[in-house]
Design a protein around this ligand. Structure first.
Ligand code: GDP
Ligand code: PGA
Ligand code: MN
Length: 595
């Protein structure tokens, strides 16, 4: 098929890709339903996709990745810039020329006998001044169909680009899914991403983590805006006024769940509603009125399946009931649908586990061999989300009232606290830590520092990134959002979560918004402003008493002093680009804790 554009920069680059990877043919993705349907049919024939029960799950399909290719691979992920200082803690850095020399041979002729798909895509609402365009070339139909859900693809993206050369060049080849030669490499100075030998979402849907976080955070640094690993939600009060909150939690720590929260009855009956703008990434700019505005660059949700059910997240579940690609969940052969741990209590009688090995449902042992991979995913269009905000496509974005940081901390962090100031809030974000999850390859349950939940997604020197946050605070002045920290994951002595979480997190959101409006007092403590326990509304909350809340708000100074040492180590690892203001915040915290 001929090209869809007369943009010479695009044409030249696609030609370069053809010369490098020598596909048998090239197909430009125009985004039409007819073209996508044909690709789906082709993938059914080759077995790349399985069509699911079209009555129960219209438009839904199932895909399995290779066994060795089920999560992002942080040790194979690189940032390549000319700035040696970018070689700091939490960044795998390599000099760009050396990396290109190493990877080019892997791409040479890699698409021989295959088709190269050219996917133009727009991150952010089409027509928004804050949106940005990328082009991904790939040899995977799975990637094309996922990109169609997660971004705005085809002719509309090319229209957004016009004749400009300002687009991110993404080259992906599945190659042999050879883990030894798997690389996810970013060249922020060239607006380029090279991904090879993987077929897993986070590694190959180059608009998402690769562009919208790693490349975009560098663009934001250069251009004066922010790309953050944050959900965006709106809380509508009974008068119809909506306040927007963004929240950064590490992967698999509750972003999608919070973004799609259903308010408990005590709030619902008064008329409170929660609306989803985004569940993973926020691009934020200072608006004409001096406030911070957020857009969601994505067009769908790439969520963790296990644990998603009618009780925990009915909105996410409903979102996955149409037009969804399921990856590495179990295949329920009884009615050709899908299943995962935590969907309901009983695994299907007749199921195929994600590896494709037949298992007898009756022999299933809870907690033993899992039917769905713990990092199995759904790729679901935003349009299917029952609580999608009507501002979802607003080109100007939504004004941010509060920003929230959080992670999995069994003991240290209280349920919620507020920072003393923007700079202290930046310190709080920089000092974030969380117990690791299955979203990335490696051990699960180990505490690791994860500043702003960006650890796997920094695109430049982490100290410079902190400085950029401080600069944004100066720009925003008294119009800056207030900054908070939450922890839904405190455990008791038996290791059970104390706080019920999920929809009941609304109770904490309400305290946060009341603080922003100046409608509730707080206790000034060494670590920040904490709620009076009475101010967290626990009406109709089974099993939670005032004492439970007090316990959840307890701050163990010894643990915190120990934790501060961890922050100091982190700053030392990052090195001399860590701003003096943050060192000062750390020292002030230690002083307050030692009093
Ligand atoms: P994301 O990757 O950050 O979007 O995280 P998800 O929203 O997909 O949630 C990841 C995991 O955390 C799932 O197993 C959820 O069930 C669990 N989770 C989410 N919110 C809560 C909560 O408030 N409390 C508890 N205990 N678990 C939660
Ligand atoms: P997440 O992102 O892990 O932050 O949910 C998806 C992925 O890139 O794997
Ligand atoms: Mn998510």
């Amino acid at each position: 098929m001929s090209s869809l554009t007369s943009n010479q920069h695009v044409l030249d680059w696609v030609k370069e890709m053809e010369d490098l990877m020598t596909p048998d043919k090239t197909i430009w993705i125009d985004g039409s339903e007819g073209q996508l349907r044909a690709l789906r049919e082709e993938a059914f024939k080759t077995g790349e996709l399985t069509e699911l029960n079209q009555e129960k799950l219209p438009g839904c399909v199932l895909h399995h990745t290779a066994k060795n290719d089920v999560a992002r691979v942080e040790d194979r992920t690189f940032i390549c810039t000319s700035n040696k200082a970018d070689d700091c803690a939490m960044i795998n850095w390599m000099e760009p020329t050396a990396m290109k020399a190493k990877l080019t041979p892997l791409y040479k002729g890699v698409m021989k006998g295959r088709t190269m798909y050219v996917i133009p895509y727009c991150m952010g609402p089409v027509g928004s001044p804050f949106s940005k365009v990328g082009i991904e070339v790939t040899d995977s139909i799975y990637v094309v169909l996922n990109m169609d859900i997660m971004t705005r693809i085809g002719i509309k993206a090319l229209r957004q680009l016009g004749d400009s050369n300002d687009f991110v060049r993404g080259q992906h080849a599945r190659a042999d899914i050879d883990a030894e030669n798997r690389y996810i490499v970013h060249f922020p100075e060239d607006n380029a991403i090279w991904s090879i030998n993987s077929g897993y979402g986070g590694n190959v849907l180059l608009g998402k983590k690769c562009f919208a976080l790693r490349i975009a955070c560098y663009q934001g640094y250069k251009e004066g805006w922010m790309a953050e690993h944050m959900l965006i939600l709106g809380v509508e009060d009974p008068s119809g006024h909506v306040d927007y909150v963004t929240a950064a939690f590490p992967s698999a720590c509750g972003k999608t769940n919070l973004a799609m929260l259903i308010p408990p009855e005590i709030y619902a009956k008064k008329g409170y509603k929660v609306w989803t703008v985004g569940d993973d990434i926020a691009w934020m700019h200072v608006g004409a009125d001096g406030r911070l505005y957020a857009i969601n660059p994505e067009n769908g949700f790439f969520g963790v399946a296990p644990g998603t059910n009618e009780k925990s997240n009915p909105n996410a579940l409903a979102t996955t009931r149409q037009g969804t690609i399921f990856t590495n969940v179990a295949h329920n052969l009884t009615d050709n649908t899908v299943w995962w741990e935590g969907l309901d209590k009983n695994p299907p009688e007749d199921a195929q586990e994600w590896t494709g090995l037949a298992v007898d449902g009756k022999e299933y042992v809870a907690g033993g061999g899992k039917l769905a991979h713990p990092n199995s995913r759904f790729t679901a269009p935003a349009t299917g989300c029952p609580c999608l905000s009507k501002e979802f496509n607003n080109p100007d974005g939504v004004p941010v009232t509060a920003m929230v940081f959080g992670g999995r901390r069994a003991k240290t962090a209280p349920l919620v606290y507020q920072s003393f100031s923007w700079n202290h809030g930046v310190y709080v974000g920089s000092s974030m830590a969380s117990e690791t999850t299955a979203a990335a390859a490696g051990a699960v349950g180990v505490v690791r520092r994860d500043p702003m939940a960006m650890r796997p997604f920094f695109g430049y020197n982490v100290g410079d990134y902190f400085a950029h946050w401080l600069d944004m605070g100066k720009k925003l002045g008294d119009k800056a959002p207030k900054i908070f920290h939450v922890n839904w994951f405190r455990t008791d002595d038996e290791g059970h979560f104390i706080w019920p979480g999920f929809g009941d997190n609304m109770r904490v959101l309400m305290w946060i918004l009341n603080r922003c409006k100046g409608e509730v007092d707080a206790v000034e403590t060494a670590i920040g402003y904490l709620p009076h326990a009475e101010d967290i509304d626990i009406t109709d909350l089974n099993g939670v008493t005032l004492d439970t809340v007090k316990n959840l708000l307890n701050v163990d100074k010894d643990l915190w002093l120990e934790d501060a040492k961890g922050v100091e180590e982190l700053y030392d690892q990052i090195g001399d680009h860590v701003p003096a203001e943050l060192r000062a915040e750390l020292n002030a915290l230690k002083d307050r804790l030692s009093k």
